[in-house]
Design a protein around this ligand. Structure first.
Ligand SMILES: [Mg+2]
Length: 290
């Protein structure tokens, strides 16, 4: 397999979004959940990242806007941890603290800069395909010192996001590479790696130590991956023709119904699994090592 280009996810792949959320949620806990002890911060962070209500998935399907999905997640967080209900009015104050702290906390993962430089040095094309808004991700990458990376596809580009295969194909088209000679690297096994693989790219799951989601992760996203090209009720009409996707094979279906974060099941389904971005040249066969 020859690789001509690499597309990267942003959050928790290049940028330490988990760390930024941790700081934002610590501030929220101290201010709005004062009865919750600081020892429960990991639980709060896990709840946020797992998104048990599936609100971010609804955002990526075009069913609600970015602020609304955040308000629903804030309300569920307060309900789960026994805090006062979140109203439209109280959410304004909540979000100013949460989002303000989050934005000030954007930093790159230690291995990100070197990984991108290695891709460029090897003569491969590089870009970003993300499930957040293009403008937001451009600001985030710039703040993290990665502003030279072009954001080729955001959730606003087509009106829906990953795991829809059209998102990955649009990324490759804009990168100027054949999908089958393009890799997609992301931290979410199903939404990123398995979905990219189903779209005929090389799907690479970045399984960073300590970065897996909690129980219940993937319950909402899997539906999209299992039904390539499916458009949920209320989704934005993209105007695109139905995508004639290859149906998942037995190994892919097994990866979808079992633990969505099981590396062996994902490998069996055709996904490449790495633990740091420094492993990319070796597994994709570029750079000085080959
Ligand atoms: Mg991510």
């Amino acid at each position: 397999m020859k690789t001509d280009g690499i597309l990267f996810d942003v959050d928790d792949t290049l940028v330490d979004t988990k760390g930024a959320f941790a700081r934002a949620l610590e501030a929220v806990r101290a201010e709005h959940l004062p009865h919750v002890p600081a020892e429960r911060d990991p639980e709060i962070l896990s709840h946020w990242r797992t998104d048990p209500g599936g609100f971010y998935s609804r955002y990526t399907r075009g069913e609600m806007d970015h602020v609304t999905q955040r308000r629903h997640r804030a309300a569920l967080l307060h309900e789960t941890f026994g805090a006062a209900p979140v109203t439209e009015k109280s959410f304004e104050v909540w979000d100013a603290l949460f989002w303000g702290t989050f934005e000030r906390s954007w930093t790159a993962h230690d291995d990100a800069r070197a990984a991108i430089d290695a891709v460029v040095a090897a003569g491969l094309s590089v870009g970003v395909v993300t499930n957040a808004a293009t403008e937001l991700q451009e600001r985030k990458l710039k703040a993290a010192g990665l502003g030279d990376l072009p954001v080729l596809v955001g959730v606003d580009t087509l009106g829906f996001g990953k795991p829809d295969p059209r998102v990955f194909l649009e990324g490759a088209r804009r990168l100027g590479t054949e999908p089958s000679r393009t890799a997609y690297v992301g931290d979410e096994p199903t939404v990123d790696a398995l979905a990219a693989h189903q779209a005929s790219l090389t799907g690479v799951w970045l399984d960073r130590a300590g970065h897996r989601r909690g129980p219940g992760y993937g319950a909402h996203a899997q539906n999209g991956a299992a039904r390539p090209g499916a458009v949920g009720p209320g989704a934005v009409d993209s105007g695109a023709v139905a995508f004639d996707a290859v149906q998942p094979n037995a190994a892919q279906r097994a990866a979808l119904v079992g633990d969505p974060q099981d590396p062996e099941a994902l490998r069996a389904a055709g996904v490449v699994v790495i633990e740091t971005l420094a492993q990319l040249p070796a597994v994709l066969g570029y750079g000085g090592g080959h």
